[in-house]
Design a protein around this ligand. Structure first.
Ligand code: PLP
Length: 412
């Protein structure tokens, strides 16, 4: 009998049978509060009726069109709708299926558009598991073990991590930008640097929001050196942080925006947005993918954007995110093992540290397990998997946030 590969590392022993809103049910109808949202994907909750209806309707009409052969209405509608929410000027869209593929697309675009090779990425960043996106990734201590050599032309610079460096946010930003200038003077001269790629909130690396001054510093250096600023909004986009895009908190203009995860409420879909002028510098046919911009996924994404807008989910993410963080800080105040609670909107992390300030991976795993036993599903992140993160669907209610905090208090 065939079995699943042990490479599939499952965080909890739950066999999910169905989902409804913020809840998952196992085959015995045991109910779980799902504060993982399928790693930040089920933005409108599990099986939102509007998304289900749009997908079912599309399945019966046209499942697959293939944009290099024929165009279809759902993708045109989605493009129009994304144009309404994207930063001004980013009105050309390209679609694939996953975050990693969108990252790959942005590397191709940046290299073609600038004629330069290097991409500067930041320590602790996660951009995917394909060999190109993986080359930009350093979120976990084991991320690359036994996998290299990776794509060449990647240079790393520090991300501002105030808590871990035991300094103020302003000091962390100063340090990170000084190091970046050093990188640009040594490892990746401006004439070789095609782009900076950054997450508005370091996701898999431990839920660390990028200070606005850091993002502004990247914009200023991108302009000065003729490099592009690629913002990886795969985890932070579509309202997750309490603004439509994570970069909106900084008021900084990106050259390229990447989105996936929450975009289609669970259907595989990702997009890269850039200006007309930038996209025109890539040769036609240099980007593409058989399943990219699938009609059912695109219809689900249009319905997702409708729900996000009509149900006020961006504002809900801001409100419930504040409530969640406040509740978690009260729990942390009673348990010194949680050294830091931080995040933005509905991306909140609890960093576990031992008494002598070292990462407490086992403590985080035990708390995650204890929460699952009490009906609350959570994930970990961070370089040592010592941050327990909460990333519920954007439809989460006050009552559900309060329930999750009480379960968490017990579990910790
Ligand atoms: N970029 C970011 C910021 C992510 O968080 C992820 C996935 O967690 C990816 C890229 C890769 O996305 P995918 O797993 O869909 O390839």
């Amino acid at each position: 009998m065939a079995e699943l590969s042990p490479v599939l590392k499952q965080a909890t022993p739950v066999l999910a049978a169905r989902g409804d809103g913020v809840h998952l049910y196992d085959e015995d109808e045991r109910r779980y509060l799902d504060f993982t949202a399928g790693i930040g994907v089920t933005s409108t909750g599990h099986c939102h009726p509007r998304v289900v209806e749009a997908a079912q309707q599309q399945v019966g009409t046209l499942i697959h069109g293939q944009y290099t052969t024929v165009m279809h209405r759902p993708l045109l509608q989605l493009t129009e709708r994304l144009g309404e929410v994207l930063p001004a000027g980013l009105d050309r869209l390209f679609y694939v299926n996953s975050g990693s593929e969108a990252v790959e697309a942005s590397v191709r675009l940046a290299r073609q558009a600038t004629g330069r090779q290097n991409i500067v990425a930041f320590h602790g960043g996660f951009h995917g598991r394909t060999m190109g996106a993986g080359a930009l990734t350093t979120s976990g201590v084991k991320t690359r073990a036994g996998i290299g050599p990776m794509m060449p032309g990647v240079v790393f610079s520090p991300f501002p991590e105030a808590y871990r460096h035991g300094c103020s946010e302003a000091e962390a930003v100063r340090f990170a930008l000084t190091e970046l200038d050093h990188v640009l003077a040594t490892a990746s001269a401006p004439a070789d640097t095609a782009a900076f790629i950054v997450e508005p909130v370091l996701g898999e690396g431990g839920y660390i929001p990028a200070p606005p001054e850091f993002l502004a510093g990247l914009r200023e250096r991108a302009d000065r050196h003729g490099a592009l600023l690629i913002v990886d909004e795969v985890q932070t986009g579509v309202g997750r942080t309490g603004r439509f895009w994570g970069i909106d908190h900084a008021g900084v203009r990106p050259d390229v925006v990447l989105t996936a995860k929450g975009l289609a409420s669970g259907f595989p879909l990702s997009a890269m947005a850039a200006s007309d002028e930038l996209m025109a510098r890539a040769w036609p046919g240099s980007q593409g993918g058989t399943y990219g911009g699938n009609a059912v996924a695109a219809a689900a994404a249009v319905a997702t954007l409708d729900v996000v807008h009509e149900e006020g989910l961006v504002a809900n993410a801001a409100e419930q995110g504040d409530r969640l963080a406040e509740g978690l800080r009260k729990v942390a105040a009673e348990h010194p093992v949680i050294g830091d609670v931080r995040g933005r909107g509905l991306m909140v992390g609890n960093e576990f540290t031992t008494g002598d300030g070292k990462p407490d991976t086992a403590g985080a795993a035990r708390a995650q397990q204890a929460a699952a036993e009490r009906g609350l599903l959570l994930l970990t992140c961070g370089p040592h998997a010592n941050v327990v993160r909460m990333i519920p669907p954007l439809v989460v209610t006050t009552e559900q946030v309060d329930d999750a905090v009480s379960i968490w208090a017990e579990a910790v």
